[in-house]
Ligand binder design. Structure first.
Ligand SMILES: [Zn+2]
Length: 247
C-alpha cells in the first residue's frame, strides 16, 4: 500500500480527486505502544483537503482526550507521553515549531474548566470524575462536538469502504449518539446478537452490526483506549425523518 491510490473518489467527501493520499482511519498517533507490530492499520483513499482537515482535528482530539484517560492503562500506553512531547518546547526543531507547541499548550489550558465551572449535563458518558476528588479539585476539558462527529463519520465510512467496498453517500445519515449505559442498551443488544468485532489492537475497538436488507444501515460502537466510547447509527435519511416524527 505504499504507492498512492491515484485518481478517484475521496471516501470522505465523495468528490473526484486527481490526486489522493492514503488516509489512516485511526491516525498512527492514536495507536498505543501495546499495539502488535504486525497489525494492519486501516487506510482509505482521501483527497488532500479532507486528509489535511482530519489531520488537524485528530491531532487536537488526541491531545484533549489524552488528558481524560488513565495513563497507566495498557490500552492507552504511550498516549499521554505523546501529548507531553507534543507540548514540550525543548523538543522544538526551530522557532516556528517552538511557537506552535506553546500555542497548543495555551489552547489546551484555555479548554480546561475547574470545580463549579464544570457543567454536569455536558459530561461525556463514562468520562466523569473517576478519582473521587472533591468538586473544587476536579478538572474538565471541553471537546468540540463536531470534531467527535467527524471522527465517528470517518471510522464508519472507512470500515464500510474497507470491509464492504461501499461508499456512504448523502442518502445515508450517520448519527453519533451521546448516551450513557441505559441509553446505549438498544445498540448494545443489537451488537450482542448480530455484531462483528473489527478491533485494531488493544487501544482501538470497533464492533458493528449491519442489516442484511441493504448491507449498509448499521449500528456501531467505537472504543478508544478502553475509555472513550462512541455509539453511532447509519440509516437512510427517509427512515431517520420518519423516526423523528414518531418520537
Ligand atoms: Zn475529500
Amino acid at each position: 500500500m505504499a504507492r498512492k491510490p491515484g485518481p478517484g473518489t475521496c471516501v470522505h467527501c465523495l468528490k473526484h480527486a486527481d490526486k489522493r493520499n492514503w488516509d489512516h482511519v485511526f491516525p498512527q498517533g492514536w495507536y498505543p505502544d501495546t499495539t502488535p507490530q504486525n497489525l494492519e492499520k486501516w487506510k482509505i483513499p482521501s483527497c488532500k483537503l479532507c486528509n489535511d482537515e482530519y489531520g488537524r482535528i485528530e491531532d487536537e482530539l488526541r491531545i484533549i482526550f489524552s488528558t481524560c484517560i488513565d495513563p497507566t492503562s495498557a490500552r492507552a500506553s504511550g498516549i499521554w507521553a505523546k501529548t507531553l512531547r507534543a507540548l514540550d518546547p525543548r523538543r522544538a526543531k526551530n522557532e516556528k515549531d517552538r511557537r506552535a507547541r506553546a500555542e497548543k499548550k495555551t489552547q489546551l489550558l484555555a479548554k480546561m474548566l475547574k470545580g463549579d465551572a464544570i457543567p454536569d449535563q455536558a459530561i461525556y458518558p463514562g468520562l466523569g470524575e473517576r478519582w473521587d476528588r472533591p468538586r473544587g479539585d476536579q478538572i474538565a476539558i471541553s471537546v468540540p462536538a463536531n470534531h467527535l462527529k467527524k471522527v465517528v463519520e470517518k471510522v464508519i465510512k472507512g470500515l464500510a469502504y474497507i470491509e464492504d467496498g461501499r461508499l456512504i453517500d448523502a442518502e445515508m445519515e450517520i448519527t453519533h449518539h451521546v448516551v450513557d449505559q441505559t441509553g446505549a442498551k438498544p445498540i448494545e443488544e443489537l451488537l450482542a446478537a448480530f455484531g462483528a468485532n473489527h478491533s485494531r489492537g488493544p487501544g482501538i475497538e470497533v464492533s458493528r452490526a449491519v442489516t442484511p436488507e441493504d448491507g449498509i444501515s448499521a449500528v456501531y460502537k467505537i472504543t478508544i483506549w478502553g475509555e472513550i466510547v462512541m455509539y453511532a447509527t447509519v440509516l437512510p435519511k427517509s427512515t431517520q425523518q420518519s423516526n423523528e416524527l414518531d418520537a
